[in-house]
Design a protein around this ligand. Structure first.
Ligand code: FES
Ligand SMILES: [Fe+2]
Length: 410
């Protein structure tokens, strides 16, 4: 799976983490590989091996100066491609440095995110086309949180929309990104959604059907695009959101959370709400991407709020509720002990599709779904349909990103 992840452009850093030329370098661990990101004097981004080619000192201590990162130990200098450009202890005229090169990966900015491709340059796909990253900048904000569990069990929370009626119950009527939507009532009134999951070109459409008026159905259709992109169905006129679940190593991941509207800028209240940790976003331990509520403080469990029904779990905030329950399963949940039920069909099918893709990729070199930008131009949707209409057909137009067309939302 780790090898297959190298087929994709994945989010590596927020652009704001490297705010200016020659700013401090940032440590980045992705797919169990330790790297350092920096922005050079000319504004070029680099993502290179964290450890110096001389004797392995971390280049995080390096000096970012004159178009390169210079190791603090003996001054070897590397450019954004990982090429060693100076070994100052060697005699004048020495060409020794030209034969020394660190592993490096591209780092490109799109939608306020720095993306990397950790596969071989020959297989580098076209740049990512996710709608949240291609709308005008003021239409979109992305945050990230460090999460202490495997990426896949976190992702499984992103495609399991049956938990919303329970875990997030208390927040649907209060949270600024959820409240006021008519769809909330269907969520709260029907706790037995019927799931219909069908394959999409890049992954799955996960349809959750709840009863609406006059025998019609309220459908919430979540997008999962392989391997790690999920998009939550919209509510009313609110901005749309979802996640990228990026492996740091087997036991940690980055939960990236994007918030955007396809046809309008986010307003000041929405921007403030993201910064205040509302919706799927969180608040942080100062100076870090770790949540302020975390396992060391029992996620600031509030039993009184839980008893009063203010929150279902006693944890405050939708994003934190997700993080808390996903981490509580342990770093890698033991799936041999699970008891899956009909509302888990999205998870079952996603696992099946991942396993098939890994097999095809590793045995035959087949490019996995989701690499093609065509697979990335998708939208989630919330719609009311008559009972005899399959959502894949009736909502087909709503499941594709059409610039300047509002999302299908209730
Ligand atoms: S270890 Fe980096 S220059 Fe010596
Ligand atoms: Fe959730």
């Amino acid at each position: 799976m780790g090898q297959m992840f190298r087929s994709y452009w994945i989010p590596a850093l927020l652009a704001e983490e490297l705010p200016e030329n020659d700013c401090p370098p940032v440590r980045v661990k992705l797919l169990s590989e330790r790297l350092v990101a920096f922005r050079d004097t000319d504004g070029q981004y680099g993502l290179i091996d964290e450890f110096c080619a001389h004797r392995g000192v971390s280049l995080w201590f390096g000096r970012n100066e004159q178009c390169g990162l210079r190791c603090s130990y003996h001054g070897w200098k590397f450019d954004v491609t990982g090429q060693c450009v100076d070994v100052p202890s060697e005699p004048d005229g020495s060409t020794y440095s030209s034969g020394v090169r660190l592993t490096s990966y591209p780092l490109i900015e799109r939608g306020g995110i720095l993306w990397t491709h950790m596969g071989s340059p020959e297989t580098r796909p076209p740049l990512p086309e996710w709608e949240f990253a291609t709308v005008p900048r003021e239409h979109s904000i992305t945050t990230k949180r460090f999460q202490e569990c495997n990426w896949l069990q976190a992702l499984e929370g992103g495609i399991d929309s049956s938990h919303v009626s329970f875990l997030h119950r208390g927040d649907l009527s209060n949270d600024p990104f959820f409240k006021g939507a008519k769809g909330n009532q269907y969520n709260l009134n029907d706790l037995r959604p019927v799931f219909e999951v069908v394959e999409s070109p890049g992954g799955l459409y996960i349809g959750a059907r709840r009863n609406a008026e006059n025998g019609n159905y309220y459908w919430r259709i979540t997008q999962w695009v392989m391997p790690n992109f999920t998009m939550i169905p919209p509510r009313g006129g609110h901005s749309v959101h979802g996640h990228f679940w990026v492996p740091i190593d087997d036991e940690h991941c980055w939960a990236w959370s994007y918030e955007y509207h396809p046809t309008r800028p986010l307003n000041a209240a929405e921007v403030a709400a993201v910064r205040a940790g509302k919706g799927i976003h969180i608040t942080y331990e100062p100076g870090t991407f770790r949540s302020a509520a975390n396992k060391d403080n029992d996620y600031k469990m509030d039993r009184a709020a839980q008893k009063a029904g203010k929150t279902y779990s006693g944890v405050e905030g939708i994003g934190m509720q997700d993080a808390a329950v996903q981490e509580s399963m342990g770093p890698v949940v033991d799936r041999t002990k699970e008891r899956l039920v009909s509302t888990d069909v999205g998870i079952i099918m996603a696992r099946g599709r991942l396993l098939l893709a890994v097999k095809a990729f590793s045995e035959k070199g087949i490019v996995p779904p989701g690499v093609n930008p065509e697979h990335q131009r998708v939208r989630s949707a919330a719609v009311i349909l008559p009972p005899d209409q399959p959502f894949k057909v009736a909502a087909a137009g709503a499941l594709i990103a059409h610039p300047a067309v509002a999302p299908a939302s209730i």
